[in-house]
Design a protein around this ligand. Structure first.
Ligand SMILES: [Zn+2]
Length: 369
């Protein structure tokens, strides 16, 4: 689909992939008292791309999603049904989900007739939840109309000031607005995920009381959200503040660890430490974005989500199973960075592995001469 990616006679991808595989295999089980498995929610195509400055062509987005679908990921947040006036990056959400629906149909048909492409489909759809952000009923209706959305997400802020600046209404008003969205989704047998943003800090008011996070989380659960993703939107949290927040939330019997996910941005480089704390609390659903795509338009200097590669490297090192192939994620990561005018990766793992691969490739080319 994308022709602009330059290829070399000696495959850098192969060198890259072998390096990664060796690393994964060396993962020892250190996860005493931690979950044995973890689920990654890949948010790069939505949270990540929506905050990249350049406008990204539809075919680049589809190719990214396609590559991610081959990695073993079970959750890919693929778009957002918001006004293009506010978020121009997401204007083509309908096209993305139309494509997903078409691919699902093709895969079903091929599976029924035992077709060859069922084994190696363009887009892997079996067992993958493709989700979208739908902040209002209009957005949800557009999402439903595509027939390709498996799950939707609504979001509430734990900070009053952030809610006002981000979605122009109070927390209370936003929650009222989401109630019919959640109901309509559930009536259509679509699962609803709830995001709480600014759980560890607000760009306008600083620290956030843990009680505020608990209150919004409870309201979203009452609405029917099956899971709450706790968002450190501006990436200011530390292991200490994460520990305090999670201890408080989990002391409420209505907020079990099984209903929580964590969503850290890596502005201060603390995301992995914070995720480690979440794992110690038995929270094993982690949002991340390939190559650490993204940022936050409301907080100067805020980085993207913690990189999927970095999270996988840590989890596999702990012996925690994810079912996700780091080598495939690395290829998707390399693809999107090249497609975004050779964007510098936000992943430490990707940066390290790419430089190793480059060196090996140079040596291999030398040997060939
Ligand atoms: Zn985010």
């Amino acid at each position: 689909m994308i022709n602009s990616i330059k290829r070399c006679a000696i495959s850098s991808k192969k060198v890259f992939s072998n390096t990664y595989c060796k690393r994964e295999a060396s993962g020892v089980s250190l996860s005493k008292g931690m979950p044995a498995t973890a689920r990654i929610v890949e948010v790069g195509p939505r949270d990540g791309l929506q905050n990249e400055k350049q406008i990204i062509p539809l075919n680049v987005k589809l190719e990214l999603i396609r590559r991610l679908s081959h990695s073993g990921l079970k959750n890919i947040e693929s778009g957002s049904f918001v006004s293009p006036k506010w978020v121009p990056q997401m204007a083509d959400a309908s096209e993305i989900f139309h494509y997903i629906r078409e691919q699902k149909q093709i895969n079903r048909k091929n599976a029924t007739f035992g077709g060859r492409s069922a084994e190696n489909p363009a887009l892997v759809t079996s067992g993958i939840t493709f989700s979208a952000l739908t902040p209002n009923v209009k957005g949800l209706e557009s999402a439903l109309a595509t027939g390709g959305v498996d799950e939707v997400a609504v979001f509430g802020a734990a900070s009053e000031a952030f809610s006002q600046k981000n979605i122009n209404c109070s927390i209370e008003e936003s929650l009222k607005r989401f109630k019919p969205v959640a109901k309509l989704a559930l009536d259509n047998k679509i699962k609803v995920r709830g995001y709480v943003s600014c759980v560890l800090g607000c760009p306008y008011t600083g620290a956030i009381p843990v009680e505020a996070v608990r209150d919004v989380s409870l309201r979203l659960l009452e609405m029917g959200c099956y899971e709450i993703s706790l968002g450190d939107t501006i990436g200011v949290g530390t292991a200490g503040s994460t520990e305090r927040l999670l201890t408080h939330l989990l002391s409420d019997k209505n907020i079990p660890a099984s209903k929580l996910a964590v969503h850290f941005h890596d502005t201060y480089g603390q995301a992995l430490a914070n995720i480690y704390v979440a794992l110690q609390h038995n929270i094993n659903v982690i949002d991340s974005s390939v190559s650490g795509l993204g940022g936050c338009p409301y907080a100067a200097g805020a980085s993207g989500n913690v990189a999927t590669e970095d999270v996988l490297y840590m989890l596999h090192g702990l012996g925690i199973q994810t079912g996700v192939d780091l080598a495939q994620i690395a290829r998707a990561s390399e693809f999107i960075d090249e497609a975004l005018n050779n964007r510098a990766t936000g992943s430490k793992v990707a940066a390290a592995q790419r430089s190793i691969a480059k060196k090996k490739l140079a040596n291999a080319q030398k040997d060939c001469v």
